[in-house]
Design a protein around this ligand. Sequence first.
Ligand code: MN
Length: 192
Amino acid sequence: MKFTKPRLPYSPSDFEPIISAATVDYHYGKHEQAYIDNLNRLIEGTEYADMPLEEIIKNSDGPLYNNASQAWNHIFYFFQFNPNGQKEPSGNLADQIANQFGSFDELKKKIEEAGASLFGSGWVWLSTDNSGNLYITQGKNAENPLTNGLQPILVIDVWEHAYYLDYQNRRPEYLKRIWELIDWNVIESRYN
Ligand code: MN
């Protein structure tokens, strides 16, 4: 098996009460494992077998794209969390946010709106280009901005499996609370 699921550097209950241990167990434990298993099955014996995951995402479509992207997206999502992390952006990234959005609160509001208004399953992304500009985009299903030449720096999963056990249909509440877990030290390293 080529791709494996990295171990989370935290215990599933470390995200409570914002995300329950049960959600982490199902979401990262079972959903993510299924995407990785499907990915490994689909690349076996093909031209993708020795390709880095990001290259598979940029070069595939159909079920392989969906599973490769979902495998990558969930690692990107879960590894941006730290309940004791840095609560706000600083440095270059904070300056860029102020320039483009006016304030950190306004950035959060725009991301929450994008997450609440995405119909069905998908992701809300904060990405950057080669010049450091920031972009908030919605991705349906497995869609990843890497496909459009952008470099993601933050993502929020708005598939129901990300929040339904804890918030049921209250997606906006999940979006509002998820900020408490995001470690801006991680987002800044991705940006710089
Ligand atoms: Mn998910």
